[in-house]
Design a binder for this molecule. Sequence first.
Ligand code: HPA
Length: 250
Amino acid sequence: MIKLAIIGGTGLTDFEGLEISHQHEVHTPYGETSSPIIEGIYQGKSLVFLARHGAQHTIPPHKINYRANIWALKELGVKTVIAIAAVGSIHPDMLTRDLVIPHQLIDYTWSREQTFFAEDLSEVTHIDFTHPYCENLRSQFLKAATQVDFKVHSQGVYGATQGPRLETVAEINRMERDGCDIVGMTGMPEAALARELELCYATCAIVANPAAGRSSTLITMDEIRANLKQSIENVRRLLAIVIDSVNGEL
Ligand code: HPA
């Protein structure tokens, strides 16, 4: 059984160094996953990788079949999910290309399929979501962060917006008042669905840009892509340490 999954976001559509052994096409009651789920060995550890936006990066955040993705990982025996996500920074200390391991989130998304407990219920189910991220996994990231020479913020509040457009200045100002430190489009309902299926889930966010109105220039996709490209090596270095420790525990 595979125990660990990586969900790659923008800037991480494949997992370099993974010795691929199998591609799973999992058909779920909720439809198809974003991409085939790639199984392989990384540093001697078996894991699976799923490209959230599709192998060619063609699925926008509001069209991702989050339920199928999470269901399929559970079906494959996954227990722990590391989600990689690009974000904009709201907090002034969170600089472009820093990494953030969020500890809380606020959901501003709408009209997404956000639960497995919607119909055909034997009883109404409300999951506990007080602490939306798996503290065990977060602490592995924080431990790994002490071994690297780039900035990893040990906490942050992730605001999940609907997209696909970026935010207005007023929206970012409101999010800041709400307590958000970073803003992204894919954090929800992914985290809640993982909790519904009792998966240990945490996010490693890459700051791709200052959020709207937080720099003197407008946000371009070229800027986001260039920053992600530069940070991805740091993500890989952090992941390599975490994968080593997480798999040891499973
Ligand atoms: N807003 C929302 N999502 C994002 C951003 C942003 O500024 N940057 C990368 N993903």
